[in-house]
Design a binder for this molecule. Structure first.
Ligand SMILES: *Cc1c(COP(=O)(O)O)cnc(C)c1O
Length: 406
């Protein structure tokens, strides 16, 4: 096991260092610098009841252990659990509940999480109430005697709305509820929910943590011994675990997370500012813009604002289709958080499982476009958008002339 596990010296090492070292000591059996892919289903025992810490690869695998220790260190948590996908991580967390329990959910939660809750878990008599989590009081008012858990995303997908984690954690603590935060959008590089009072962090590692759009994975991180014990039990009992090659790829991705997030953010900021000045755009959603209604909260609980930008194009569905169908660098695809820029249309893609009235009530209108900025050159990305955004009202030629004539 790594020297960084449960080690107080972890706190003195910085994020970029942990990403490369936590859980990743040289392999003791060979000296391999980089954690090998332990492609084995089982582990030979020295004698009856004596093993080297590994028995069967559903339960533990050394490549997965390395990833889990690194994830825990990056989130500032004690324990990490790698799962087969982000949804497998979400499902594993809900295994903490039993029939009759009630969950409060931030209303613009990831579409697949909504589908899991509404179309799978309601069959087991779990109850879900969706609230506007920007308003802390709404979370508090939704608590019933059966409430066990609060499930939040911040920033949310795709509207980049925030929930005040410190304030909500006070309420969940006072009411003995488990606070779960899906930290996929911010990543631990920009936000550490455990330090703000959350009990459990979940991730789709498919996104920024792996970062190269070539793996499906998920993770859970917690510092709570009792919760970890149950989560680990269910991870093994349900068996939705990742293979060693996927763990290797995610661990490889993590090594450059800090570098990538800085570039994602730089590009996202440039694009958000460009969109904000474009006459074909109705609204821009980016928590790093001073015009974002929760800009102050963003600055107080995040150390950066991430790589996701959404906007509403003037002209509704047809205008939005025109944009997403015609960009050249921005690829039309679901998913996010990779080095290659993506563009998508939430209403007909990621959020299709959500009924139209619910969707529109949450602000996911037909003109909404979501951009996952990659780490290409910002000038090329902006030129790609400039080519396809509605031309009707091009950027202020009069003002340009006035400047030129001075
Ligand atoms: C993608 C995503 C998920 C689901 O993860 P998968 O790896 O696709 O199963 C959950 N939450 C958020 C915020 C996501 O973006």
């Amino acid at each position: 096991m790594s020297q960084y596990k449960n080690c107080s010296s972890t706190e003195q090492l910085h994020f970029s260092t942990l990403a490369i070292h936590a859980g990743q000591d040289a392999d003791p059996s060979t000296g391999a610098l980089i954690t090998p892919i332990f492609q084995t289903a089982t582990f030979v025992q020295d004698e009856l009841g004596v093993n080297k810490g590994y028995q069967y690869a559903r339960t533990h695998n050394p490549t997965r252990t390395a990833l889990e220790e690194c994830l825990a260190a990056l989130e500032g948590g004690k324990y990490g659990l790698a799962c087969a996908s982000g949804l497998a991580a979400a499902y594993t967390v809900t295994n903490l509940l039993k029939a009759g329990d009630h969950v409060i959910v931030g209303e613009d939660v990831y579409g697949g999480v909504y589908r899991l809750f509404e179309q799978v878990l309601t069959k087991y008599n779990l109850k879900f109430t969706y609230v506007n989590a920007r308003n802390t009081e709404e979370v508090e008012q939704a608590i019933t005697p059966d409430t066990k858990l609060v499930w939040l995303e911040t920033p949310t997908n795709p509207l980049l709305r925030l929930a005040d984690l410190r304030a909500i954690a006070k309420i969940t603590k006072a009411n003995d509820l488990i606070l779960v935060v899906d930290n996929t959008f911010a990543t631990p590089y920009f936000q550490k929910p455990l330090s703000l009072g959350a009990d459990i962090v979940v991730h789709s590692t498919t996104k920024y943590l792996n970062g190269h759009s070539d793996v499906i994975g998920g993770a859970i991180v917690t510092s709570n011994d009792a919760l970890y014990e149950q989560l680990q039990f269910h991870n093994n009992a349900v068996g939705a675990v990742p293979g060693p090659f996927d763990c290797f790829l995610i661990l490889r991705g993590l090594k450059t997370l800090a570098l990538r997030m800085r570039e994602h953010e730089k590009n996202a900021r440039a694009i958000a500012e460009y969109l904000e000045g474009h006459p074909g755009i109705e609204t821009v959603y980016y928590p790093g813009l001073p015009s974002h209604p929760q800009f102050d909260l963003a600055k107080s609980q995040m150390t950066g604002f991430g790589g996701m930008v959404s906007c509403v194009v003037k002209g509704g569905l047809e205008a939005a289709k025109d944009v997403v169908n015609n960009t050249k660098l921005f690829q039309l695809a679901e998913s996010l958080g990779g080095v290659k820029s993506l563009i998508c249309h939430p209403a007909t893609m990621t959020h299709k499982p959500i009924p139209k009235e619910v969707r529109e009530h949450c602000g996911i209108v037909d003109g909404l476009i979501r951009i996952s900025t990659g780490i290409e050159d910002a000038a090329d990305l902006i030129a790609d958008l400039e080519r396809v955004l509605p031309r009707t009202a091009k950027a202020q030629p009069v003002a340009a002339c006035a400047v030129a004539s001075k």
